[in-house]
Design a protein around this ligand. Structure first.
Ligand SMILES: Nc1ncnc2c1ncn2[C@@H]1O[C@H](COP(=O)(O)OP(=O)(O)O)[C@@H](O)[C@H]1O
Ligand SMILES: [Mg+2]
Length: 228
């Protein structure tokens, strides 16, 4: 699950997907490689897995939220910078090991990225600090994942969604679908945006989620088809 940018609704939508699948009896779960800008525990100052906590609360997943995130950083900056500030490099080996555990734990795993499609995890020299150059796209490729893209429904989304889909394809990543968030059914621009984004990207808009929605307008049987 990636988005056209940070705060576009990746976590909100991921939670709805996991909820939908779990309610239909599918063994669905969630994993996030790296989260920066983590809230901290008022008791001990430890970073909290806010995104995974939200997904667990909405979907009914009982796992400890922090166990579903590999790296939690407090600074609200890109993961490469947050990890540098905290002196804790992001290691691809750890992400791969945690991803393997999450795959073994769940049959249908939603993996939430960070930020948008261009998101650095490490830009330091290999050996000196972690993996060397590591971007979100390298993690997606290492995990062998296809993409769903969350896009806003309003003005500017044609540009953002087309750039995101095109960038992913240039990196050899398959875009399986686009989800329009904060969708207003009666807004003629929103419905036109969806049609134009489908036409320009060749990827289907698989769901349109209004503000405040608690249920996904997509059957679970159809939704599982987007999972490998
Ligand atoms: N459809 C929606 N209706 C209401 N609130 C939403 C919706 N989508 C996102 N939000 C809210 O917007 C904020 C950012 O969304 P979030 O899912 O955390 O973004 P991201 O994971 O892409 O950074 C959160 O407070 C979230 O609850
Ligand atoms: Mg999020």
């Amino acid at each position: 699950m990636t988005g056209t940018g940070t705060d576009v609704g990746k976590t909100y939508v991921s939670a709805m997907l996991v909820k939908k699948l779990r309610e239909a009896g599918f063994d669905a779960g969630y994993y996030k490689p790296a989260l920066s800008g983590a809230e901290v525990s008022p008791e001990n100052g430890a970073p909290l897995g806010g995104d995974s906590a939200r997904v667990c609360a909405v979907s009914g997943l009982q796992d400890a939220p922090n166990s579903l995130v590999s790296y939690l950083f407090k600074a609200p900056v890109s993961p490469h910078l947050a990890s540098r500030l905290e002196g804790r490099p992001i290691l691809l080996e750890k992400l791969e090991a945690d991803f393997a555990l999450a795959r073994a734990r769940f049959s249908f795993l939603t993996v939430e990225g960070s930020g948008g499609i261009v998101c650095p995890f490490c830009l330091d020299e290999a050996g000196e600090n972690g993996s060397g150059r590591l971007l979100l796209e390298d993690v997606i490729t290492a995990f062998g994942l296809d993409l769903l893209i969350v896009a806003d429904s309003g003005l500017g989304t044609i540009n953002a969604a087309a750039l995101t889909a095109e960038y992913a394809r240039l990196r050899g990543i398959t875009v399986k679908g686009i989800i329009f968030n904060r969708y207003e059914p009666d807004n003629f621009m929103h419905s036109d945006n969806a049609a134009v984004v489908e036409m320009l990207t060749g990827a289907p808009v698989i769901a349109r989620i209004p503000a405040g929605a608690t249920d996904l307008d997509l059957d679970a049987d159809r939704l599982v088809e987007f999972y490998a």
